[in-house]
Design a protein around this ligand. Structure first.
Ligand SMILES: [Zn+2]
Length: 281
């Protein structure tokens, strides 16, 4: 029997979440709702049964811990929250519940109905302040909430063939920022797990940075040549050429929604992401 809406609402309230943490058991996701969300996203539906069971457990915890806010009149229902949760939790299916520690430094997820325009201000080296407007589909803030645009979350299956996924992109930024101080920028090198690839911490970081830097430079050149001379564009979102942190986020999207495509074009990065996400061999 489906729990009444007021009860589910209370479970997601601040007090409800505190009680669940004390008791240790988040509410179960009703099976019809789970199937409905899996049906929306073929890259989730195709997962083996054991991985889907882990994903559901992660989603239940994630939904109990996070707070969703719709803006511009957008009302966030259970299905919408689960669509976000399922994609945000996908990268950690081989980590189990420990994977959610990557998202432990924030609770808020803010959802806009359509792309949002943000006012930006940067000061250049000469001290000149530049103000501009930027259209956003998503944004991850250090220690703060994740912002997502619902039309992109909803339509994620359409971009999977090209390796696109907004939710995984923004949550990859959160993982990149997770163990950095407020003064450090996301740089495409998240804190690597202890014993990563059987290497010492220093060697693991060196291997990660050397491999990713070389791939980033190659990707940037390809994007630049395609832009200037019309040569074939590289597989994967060209936005990844804007910064190493974006390259990492774009790579995580592609890895999780189209691993075959990613492995074909970036075999050396695929090995590192297999190790980082603890994919069994
Ligand atoms: Zn980004």
């Amino acid at each position: 029997m489906k729990a009444p809406r007021w009860w589910r609402k209370w479970l997601h309230s601040r007090w409800g979440r505190m009680l669940q943490r004390a008791v240790g058991q988040p509410p179960a996701i009703p099976q019809p709702l789970w199937q409905q969300v899996l049906g929306r996203y073929p890259f989730l539906h195709a997962l083996p049964g054991a991985d889907l069971a882990t994903l559901k457990t992660l989603c239940e915890r994630f939904l109990a811990d996070k707070e969703f806010t719709g803006v511009h009149g957008l009302n966030i229902n259970d299905e919408m929250a689960l669509c976000v949760a399922a994609q945000a939790c996908l990268p950690w299916i081989h980590w189990g519940l420990a994977g959610l520690d990557w998202y432990a430094d924030f609770v808020g997820i803010v959802i806009y109905p359509e792309e949002a325009v943000a006012q930006r201000e940067v000061t250049d080296a000469a001290g000149v302040v530049h103000r501009y407007r930027e259209t956003l589909a998503g944004e991850a803030m250090h220690g703060g909430p994740v912002m997502l645009v619902w039309s992109h979350v909803q339509g994620a299956s359409a971009g999977a063939a090209h390796g696109h996924n907004l939710v995984i992109h923004e949550f990859a930024h959160k993982a990149d920022m997770r163990h950095k101080s407020r003064y450090e920028e996301a740089n495409g090198c998240p804190r690597l797990p202890h014993g990563f690839m059987g290497l010492s911490a220093a060697h693991a970081t060196e291997r990660w940075q050397t491999t990713w830097s070389a791939a980033f430079e190659r990707f940037r050149r390809q994007v630049d040549l395609a832009h200037r001379f019309g040569t074939p564009a590289p597989w994967m979102d060209a936005y990844g050429a804007t910064a190493p942190a974006e390259f990492f986020a774009v790579a995580c999207e592609a890895y999780w929604v189209n691993r075959n495509g990613f492995e074909t074009h970036f075999p050396e990065l695929c090995v590192l992401l297999d190790a980082f996400f603890r994919r069994p061999r």
